[in-house]
Design a protein around this ligand. Structure first.
Ligand code: BG6
Length: 306
């Protein structure tokens, strides 16, 4: 559908308008409660969210590709219907195929509290690989206002349980990853893909001094990213998510990724609401499962929320 047609059918002038984005891909620009967000139809991918009076909360690589079939690097990729590599099929795309596929617009509407909510959806039939999950409908509800929420609803259209792993793979923009702290994960058991080790997070906040790629299991609570240099704390609340992934590629891995600038790694930190490893979800036939991340920002000075 063309940008003009989308605007005619779904646009709300001044609040939600479609535009041509990078690479000629269509994006939706939402302005609500003084905040501004951009959502590409490719993967229902939120690439930017600037809350009222603040700076962009999301990080986007200057080297990102904008091409159907390739993921956008930054923002909030939707990893679905599997997270990471698919067990038993090395030819399957990492993090599933949703982030590689364009979704359709179902509705855009104002919310009762002054925000705007857009729903993108698509039915994914049984894909080619034997191990690949299918057939399901996915609905992505992006709500923009004083906070940003992204909710992914999976409806199993098949005859058997649909087993999915997933992540709302949020890239946060930070002043310098070496100077931020993350709280909310104390006591959670994690598996570090960077070291191959398993451990339990101590009471101290997380700080970052090397490549970090950790899956925290059974961690359903709110996580806070404290960034004193940017004078802000980002609260990452969630629903329907039992795992939290924390990722920064650091120097060598960043240099090895063609769509990631070699010097960009200090500017970002991923905190992902997920259901990964043995937190994978079995959705019964005809039933739905929802995972949601709700992001809000508070001012903070010298590391203390004010
Ligand atoms: C993280 C994974 O969620 O995503 C990492 O834990 C992975 O292992 C990273 O490297 C980025 O993945 P991709 O496919 O977007 O490069």
């Amino acid at each position: 559908m063309s940008v003009e047609e989308l605007n005619r059918l779904f646009g709300i002038p001044g609040l939600a308008e479609f535009e041509e984005g990078n690479g000629g891909l269509t994006k939706l620009v939402i302005a609500a409660e003084g905040s501004l967000a951009e959502v590409y139809l490719l993967g229902a991918h939120v690439t930017s969210w600037t809350p009222a009076g603040g700076e962009d909360v999301l990080w986007l690589s200057r080297e990102s590709r904008y091409e159907i079939g390739k993921p956008i690097r930054g923002g909030i990729p939707i990893c679905h219907p599997w997270f990471g590599p698919l067990e038993g099929d090395s030819s399957a795309p990492i993090h599933g195929y949703v982030r590689l596929t364009c979704l359709e617009v179902e509705s855009i509407s104002p919310t009762d509290d002054g925000g705007v909510s857009a729903v993108l959806w698509r039915r994914f039939g049984k894909p080619p690989g034997d191990n690949w999950p299918g057939d399901f409908e996915l609905r992505l509800r992006v709500t923009v206002g004083r906070s940003l929420s992204v909710a992914a609803e999976t409806l199993n259209r098949g005859q058997r349980d649909l087993v999915i792993s997933e992540a709302l793979h949020t890239y946060f923009r930070v002043s310098d990853v070496r100077k931020v702290r993350v709280t909310g994960l104390a006591g959670a058991a994690y598996w570090s893909k960077a070291t191959g080790g398993r451990a339990v997070q101590g009471p101290e906040p997380l700080t970052f001094t090397a490549q970090t790629d950790s899956v925290y299991r059974h961690s359903a609570g709110e996580v806070v990213l404290h960034d004193p240099q940017m004078l802000r704390a980002i609260n990452v609340a969630k629903r329907g998510s039992k795992s939290t992934v924390v990722w920064n590629p650091w120097i060598e891995k960043a240099a090895a990724m063609p769509d990631f600038g070699d010097d960009e790694w200090p500017e970002m930190l991923c905190i992902e609401a997920a259901n990964a490893l043995d937190d994978a979800v079995a959705v019964p036939p005809g039933k739905t499962h929802v995972i949601e991340t709700i992001i809000s920002v508070e001012p903070c000075r010298h590391g203390v929320t004010v």
